[in-house]
Ligand binder design. Sequence first.
Ligand SMILES: Nc1ncnc2c1ncn2[C@@H]1O[C@H](COP(=O)(O)OP(=O)(O)O)[C@@H](O)[C@H]1O
Ligand SMILES: [Mg+2]
Length: 462
Amino acid sequence: MADRSSSLRARSDDGRSFAIPDASGTPFIAGTLLIVATAGERHLGLVEDREVDDDDGRDALHGRLLGRIVDTGFDPHGGWPFADATVEPADAETIDLVHAAMGATLEIGVNLSPPIRPARLLAHRFNRHTFWVGQSGSGKTYALGVVLEQLIAHTSLPVVVFDPNSDFVRLGELNPDADGPTADLLRQRDIRVLRPSTPGSEPLRARFPSLSLEAKAAVLRLDPVADREEFNAIVHLSDTLSADEPGQVLPALLGSSDPVRRALGLRIENMGLLNWEVWAGHDREATLVIDERADATVLDLGGFSTPDQHLVVALSVLDDLWERREERRPTLIVIDEAHNLCSPALSSPLAVAVRDRIEQIAAEGRKYGLWLLLSTQRPSKVHPGIVSQCDNLALMKMSSPVDLAGLAEYFGYAPAALIARSPWFRQGEALFAGGFAPAPMLLAMNRRLTPEGGSDVRVPLR
Ligand SMILES: Nc1ncnc2c1ncn2[C@@H]1O[C@H](COP(=O)(O)OP(=O)(O)O)[C@@H](O)[C@H]1O
Ligand SMILES: [Mg+2]
């Protein structure tokens, strides 16, 4: 194609956005980075929309100015309006310079829009909440692993992974072909994997006496109003229940002449609470392990013998992080399959307690250094109060128009034309937008350095 860019003209009425009234014959589409230059300034511009064949029969481009390329690197603050600027595609050197100037150092893939350069994220902007969404099989968990490897290798931000499908239990190992600086750094990192009952692994446990009164009530499925008498009994027993394990308290409850205490005892016995393997006993509870602030702590929530036990661990960990928020110790809380813990439809007291705590961390955790990364296949199954707090977006393939429409509303910083391409993404392709991306970008994820999952069942081949 003939080079039309030398004759292209752009204008900006506000110093923040730009328009190219006639871009007919150019290959530039949403996602393309351009250098828009006036006599005195060079701006980096992102095409957000191509209006094909407008009323005058021309293709018009609209986009945003990301910042100015200056001697010292890159200035992300806006410039002045301009009436006439030249336009050319951004070159590889400029992209690398902008990444370096912005601190985009975590290399996670390769850009899909020219120039084809490494796609990088800003490590320091994980100090916001991140929403990660894509349909089942789009490659979320795999890609999340790529990002976690980068964070663990190149930052000292402790990561706590809520892993419902045992997908990250091998995060501390390396693939046989893994090499390079990131692999070398990963080899030195302290990665703990806590599992319900896998011989050789550190156990994943909670301690009943250490739970808050509200958490104990939720474990016992007690509602303060509907079950006011039994709830009141645990209020009066709070000292005992904070000192002794349920097994030590149970005989006294069952033998009590007080019918409410006896009812509480029957409840504990009927629920089979004493048989739950989640209780710490002589083991260490997960909160103590997390408190050691290893580079990553993986909580394998999938393998408990009965439902609810994983919620006990989740609640104990979230409550403990929240309880100690004033210590302001940065922690990235990663929740894969977040709809399991954040759905608006959850109704059991324990599930609601977990969700409420996540909602509170979403609303108030940022300033205490409690940052969430939530991954899900259905945005509508994460409570809107949580989604609306997310300033970073990773979007993988999603075919459902309903789900996509909702996203464009929440994540105004992600250009609608890029969100609209999601149904055509291949596995491992993604849109990253928001504070942690140097600019909204489409990319193909890099390969993992660490092995996935522990429980993949493969088809036996001859
Ligand atoms: N970028 C990729 N390169 C190679 N294989 C991938 C990639 N992304 C996903 N896969 C594979 O595809 C399957 C589904 O990916 P997964 O990350 O589990 O999807 P999701 O979490 O979105 O359901 C897995 O077996 C994974 O190994
Ligand atoms: Mg997954």
